[in-house]
Design a protein around this ligand. Structure first.
Ligand code: NAD
Length: 302
């Protein structure tokens, strides 16, 4: 069994690290928030007081941090992973971050002699707890294969995406499509209601017709249609508007860098931004439906 270092024990990292403990690994975890470390310790993660302490003697280190800026601090800082870890340690970056930061981390890792992969995940908090996440793993083939062995106890699917940064690229494009589908579903749902359709009848039709999508089946934004929807629960978050806005903004940044016009994606980002501006960033992203049905006022849409 392996010695694992884990940095970032939040909503995703906490249950993911716990699944590595369940698989028999020794996991030493660090988070800047002491309560996150305590919660992980209750699941068998050994608490570490710093990044350096978490990575010392580790066979593999995972990071699960909010954004690129956090990853840059944790990897490149004076007491960061590249300064503190042994080059024998395999490093797996599972945060959803921008392509530029992922490339910088790959380049720095290669320059310093580390094996490094970008391995973001899809499947949400429930997938993290149930060990059914999809991992998209980019990097040199040997490192990707080695990482897959450690990832397996947390995953339903492990997919090699290609060279450095392709894991992040896959994640960013997937989530761009998800949030566009989600916004489209919100518009269809409200219009169907106003045209006098029974909600459940319309959902039954769309879910076996060409309007079907993961967002429709999992996140239908009107209450009492699908059990997993945040709409049943006054938009208590299953995926916050803030996180959705972060992810779609990563797609827009990548689009700029590649000269790709994302006109629909840009409009959906504006809608998510309106939720944030209305102080609703911590609530579920499907609250976008309230910009369609008028419960929240649309302000600056073109
Ligand atoms: P989170 O905010 O719950 O957890 C991130 C953790 O990182 C926090 O506990 C925070 O204290 C810690 N952290 C921040 N800076 C740190 C530092 N310098 N050193 C140590 N710890 C630090 O976020 P999350 O929901 O766990 O998401 C993590 C990543 O996974 C994000 O990139 C997110 O986009 C991605 N993701 C999230 C979901 C989801 O449904 N929540 C799904 C797929 C992917």
């Amino acid at each position: 069994m392996a010695a694992v270092g884990w940095i970032g024990l939040g909503n995703m990292g906490g249950p993911m690290a716990a699944n590595l403990v369940k698989a028999g690994h020794t996991v030493r975890g660090y988070d800047v928030v002491p309560a996150a470390v305590e919660a992980a310790a209750a699941a068998g993660v050994e608490p570490a007081g710093s990044v350096a302490e978490a990575v010392a003697g580790a066979d593999v280190v995972f990071t699960m941090l909010p954004k690129g800026e956090h990853s840059r601090a944790v990897y490149l800082g004076e007491d960061g992973i590249f300064a503190a870890a042994s080059t024998d340690t395999l490093i797996v970056e599972s945060s959803t971050i921008d392509i530029e930061t992922a490339q910088l981390l790959h380049d720095t890792a290669a320059g310093a002699g580390f094996r490094f992969v970008d391995a973001p995940v899809s499947g949400g908090i429930s997938g993290a707890a149930a060990a059914t996440l999809t991992f998209m793993v980019g990097g040199e083939p040997g490192a990707v294969q080695e990482a897959a062995g450690y990832i397996e106890p947390m995953a339903g699917n492990v997919i090699a995406t290609g060279g450095p940064t392709t894991g992040e690229a896959a994640k960013i494009c997937n989530n761009l499509m998800l949030f566009i589908n989600m916004a489209g579903t919100a518009e269809g749902a409200v219009l169907a209601d106003r045209l006098g359709l029974d909600r459940k009848v319309f959902w039954d039709i769309a879910s076996v017709s060409s309007g079907d999508s993961w967002a429709l089946r999992t996140w239908y934004p009107l209450p009492d249609v699908v059990p997993t929807a945040a709409a049943n629960n006054d938009f208590a978050p299953t995926f916050t508007a803030e996180l959705a806005n972060k992810d779609i903004t990563l797609a827009l940044q990548a689009a700029e860098g590649t000269g790709t016009p994302l006109r629909v994606g840009a409009q959906v980002q504006e809608l998510l931004q309106q939720l944030l501006d209305a102080g609703q960033g911590g609530r579920d992203c499907t609250m976008i439906v309230q910009l369609v049905d008028g419960r929240l006022e649309v302000t600056d849409q073109a």
